[in-house]
Design a protein around this ligand. Structure first.
Ligand SMILES: Nc1ncnc2c1ncn2[C@@H]1O[C@H](COP(=O)(O)OP(=O)(O)OP(=O)(O)O)[C@@H](O)[C@H]1O
Ligand SMILES: [Mg+2]
Length: 413
């Protein structure tokens, strides 16, 4: 589904924006701090109901608007054409919650004019966004990688998204029970119900993550070979919790080492295991870990503890990769995600690349531009027109952003 039009009101430094978008490539140029990333952030927010940057939601509302009596930001995206056309609308409203915690941001979502839940936005306009800080996907904490997987898979599969919501709710409630059992004692039999719920919803997540990462491994290796002229072999691997090879017990140092060894040998976890089988194994692992979980007052096993790892030629990129290697791996992963979405949904997502060229050497730039040729719709930002060839710019819509205002321009080379 293409994004054909974007309207923004009071979103970050865009007080008012009306932008029509072409099918193919848009290149957005601007100096630092003019609104390049903000524009991509707005599109990501409309597509996923989540901000890509770990910002507080009230930061999204324009500062001047925050001083008005009813501060709000409004984002509207139009997608598709003819009978497939849809209008996606998200309003962020700063509202007093009546309590002492100060104002909260309320999200209101409409699809074709009808009120919906935020989760109903997801999957209508699929996007893949690459930001400079996405190097942290490889180098950062496991939570970043789980967030990445969740955003990608929610866009692909509504069942995943529903299971994720249920799973998170179950973990919160099970944790509360574990804390209660730790602090006040009581009947441990109460855990059985929550074990069942956790295994039920968690197995959807584990199974889906397992197959997606197996596919991403294949696709990213290809992209990565292109980016590195075939000189390095990338593996993307799933480090699930609980480990399928060890039924009982949380991940110890030795287990993590074993998982990484399996990864180095490119044996995907849960590869040939059905979802029912995953559920059974997960349930067995949960039943065997009650004592430790009560002592900890927290759920120690499950996809909320998952991780994924990136290796190049058998070496783990997190501790050993150079910054450039980590960045290239993250970029290969995102390009693989574009292809995964196309394979899974039959449609190419909108690719959003923020300031990616400046960090790449000449070979990687060429490979990236080759990859762009296979994408239906893309928006790419840059500070410098010189990052792109005149031929490519000749085929693109070229825009310039200055302090939250967009202008159609001829690139200055
Ligand atoms: N809520 C807000 N209201 C008004 N302005 C904001 C708000 N949030 C951020 N800004 C401003 O938006 C400006 C543009 O930010 P953005 O991150 O899009 O810049 P950029 O063009 O991507 O720059 P760079 O090249 O440095 O990455 C910044 O000056 C920032 O201070
Ligand atoms: Mg930026």
């Amino acid at each position: 589904m293409h994004l054909t039009h974007l309207s923004l009101t009071n979103f970050r430094n865009y007080v008012r924006l009306e932008l029509s978008l072409p099918d193919r490539l848009t290149v957005l140029q601007g100096a630092n701090a003019q609104g390049k990333t903000n524009l991509l952030e707005a599109i990501h927010l409309l597509a996923t109901a989540r901000t890509p940057r770990a910002a507080a939601e009230r930061e999204l509302i324009n500062w001047l608007a925050l001083e008005s009596p009813l501060p709000y930001a409004r984002l509207v995206g139009e997608t598709g054409e003819g009978r497939d056309a849809e209008k996606l609308e998200l309003v962020l409203e700063l509202a007093s919650n009546g309590g002492s915690n100060g104002p909260v941001v309320r999200k209101q979502v409409r699809v074709n004019g009808a009120a919906r839940r935020a989760i109903d936005l997801v999957g209508r306009l699929r996007v893949v966004l690459f930001l400079p800080e996405d190097v942290d996907l490889v180098a950062g904490a496991p939570g970043e990688r789980r967030r990445y997987l969740d955003i990608a898979l929610c866009q692909i599969a509504p069942t995943y998204c529903r299971a994720l919501g249920e799973y998170n709710r179950v973990v919160t409630q099970r944790n509360a029970l574990l804390r209660q059992l730790r602090d006040f004692g009581g009947d441990q039999g109460q855990l059985a119900f929550w074990d069942g719920q956790m295994a039920e919803h968690g197995s959807v997540l584990i199974h889906r993550r397992g197959t997606a990462i197996r596919d991403l491994d294949r696709l990213a290796a290809d992209r990565h070979a292109g980016l590195t002229s075939g000189s390095e072999r990338l593996h993307v691997g799933y480090l699930p919790s609980p480990d399928p090879d060890v039924l009982i017990g949380a991940r110890s140092g030795a287990q993590i080492a074993a998982q990484r060894q399996r990864l180095a040998e490119a044996r995907p976890a849960y590869a040939a295991v059905s979802q029912d089988e995953v559920r059974e194994r997960f349930l067995a692992a949960l039943c065997g870990s009650h004592a430790r979980e009560i002592a900890a007052g927290a759920s120690l096993l499950g996809p909320h503890r998952d991780d994924m790892a990136f290796t190049v030629d058998g070496r783990d990129l997190r501790p050993f990769g150079s910054r450039g290697q980590q960045r290239t791996a993250a970029l290969a992963l995102k390009l693989a995600e574009v292809q995964l979405m196309r394979e899974e949904t039959g449609e190419s997502p909108l690719l959003l690349l923020d300031d990616v060229m400046s960090e790449l050497d000449e070979i990687r730039r060429h490979a990236l531009l080759d990859a762009l040729a296979g994408v239906d719709q893309a928006i790419v930002t840059t500070t410098d027109w010189g990052d792109f060839s005149p031929e490519l710019l000749g085929q693109a819509r070229t825009l310039r952003v200055e302090r939250g205002t967009l202008l159609l321009v001829e690139p200055v080379l």
